[in-house]
Every structure is written in C-alpha cells, then in structure tokens.
Design a protein around this ligand. Sequence first.
Ligand SMILES: N[C@@H](CCC[C@H](N)C(=O)O)C(=O)O
Length: 287
Amino acid sequence: MKSFQFTKMHALGNNYIYIDMFQEHLEEEQLATLAVQVSTVHTGIGSDGMILICPSEHAPVKMRIFNSDGSEGKNCGNGLRCVAKYAYENKLVTERVFLIETLSGLVRANVHVESGLVEQVTIDMGSPRLQQNEIPVKADDPQARLINGEMEFSGEQHYVTAVSMGNPHLIFYVDDIEQAPLTTLGPLVEKDPRFPEGVNVEFVEVVNNREIHFRVWERGSGVTQACGTGACAAVVSSVLNHHTARGKDTVVHLAGGDLIINWTEEGSVMMTGPAETVCKGTYYIKS
Ligand SMILES: N[C@@H](CCC[C@H](N)C(=O)O)C(=O)O
C-alpha cells in the first residue's frame, strides 16, 4: 500500500495536513482527491485541507494549498506561517527571513524563534488588490473598486467590500459578531455567480479603531476557526471604510485567537501570529 509522511499543523485552529514534497512524491492528478480524503474526519485525518511544502525555482520553498473540498486556493495566510515554521525547524532554510512562493506570488516570512522553535511568524503579504477584475467580481466597470457597495443576496440588500489578498474576499459588517449569519449567508455568497472563482466570506464587528471581531466562511472549506488572508482583507476593508487606521497595528479577534495586522503606508499588509505543530504520522493512500 502506498503511503506518505505528514505533519498536522494549525495556526489559530485553522488546521491543515502538511506534506513535505522535498521528501515525498505525489502525482498531480491525485492531489484534489487526496485533499478531500485526508481532510475527512471519520475516514481520514481530519483538517481544513492539505498543504504541500514544495521546492521552488524562485524561493527556498513554495506553498500549495488545497481546501477540504479538493479545490486549490492561491494563498493561505495561516498556512504561510506554518510553512515558515516547518521550513525553519526542518532546516529547509537557515536564515530567519526568507521568501515563500505561492500561486499568487512571493511573500517574505520572518520567523520569531524561542529556544530553537518558531513561536510567531510575521509575513509580508504584499499589497491588496482592489479592482473588481482582480478579485474577481463581475461588474459593469471592472476597474472600479467595490467598497461599501450595495449587493443583493436572497432578496436582501447588503453593504460589502471586496479585497483580494491573492485570493478573493468579501467583507460584511455586523453589529454583533455572535449573530453573524455565517452558515446561512456564507455558503450562498461563496457560490454566487457574480464571483466567477467563488469567494471567501467574512463578517466583521468593529470594536474600536484598533480592534475588530472576525468570523469566516471559507471558500472550499466552510466555517474555519481562522483565516489569515481573510483577516488581512478585513483590516484593509476596515481602513477603506474608515473604521481603523492605516499604518497602525490592528488586533483581529478570530474564533481561534488573535492576529496582528498592519496595512503599512508603504503598501504591504503585515500579518503576525502563531503557528503550531500538532502531530506527525504516516497516511496510507486509498487505492
Ligand atoms: N485559511 C486560509 C485561506 C485558505 C484558502 C481559501 N479558502 C481560498 O480558497 O481562497 C488563510 O488562512 O488565509
């Protein structure tokens, strides 16, 4: 029976099965099915998806992320922090600051090490993309931004902001995060035809100009405890909607814990937060 070694890691509860492609070989055609199988709780390992840590021609390491439904995402903030921790602790890199390639470009990781272990990671996530054709959102004017724009979902008008952090996000503001319509509006908006590639759906309650509450329905995985790119998109949206300030640290309270996000004056979105190893094991591939 074919098998591979895996590491399960999580970042604020957003958990993935990580496979070291410097050591393992998997066929491209089997990756989507494998992501579904390993993610399934009862018959697999149980996770929000699968992440490959791959060799790269442009950086010491490349990340590929598959959601639990087998679809491939182009970026994953929590995954990047875990990949950075794995790369440093497993000596795929020797420096504490290094590049990671993603399907949406290169990002810079900075690992914060205590007693030889990476506890926190800061990722320079690059600049957000705001034009509707970059998200993508179908629009009469594809170059225009969607900031606090009106959109109808199931007969109700909502004010939404669209941000790409290499992957698509749509942000809704709510008065009480505990009442956010995560499991009703989330799946409906994710698959709305106005988002040709689907969309990650985020709900935000503003606490004050340095703090927000956040919940997410992720494209391809549903409700998760945290979404790094989503938290970055929520802070960008909150600056654009004058709820928080650019160039200042904003604390994002996610279901799984806190992230510090700063959309700098220079343009980059900086994300700082933890990454943890859960366990390692052997997975036997179903034939
Ligand atoms: N959990 C992630 C994002 C994973 C990919 C996303 N569901 C997509 O399809 O774009 C994060 O931490 O950013």
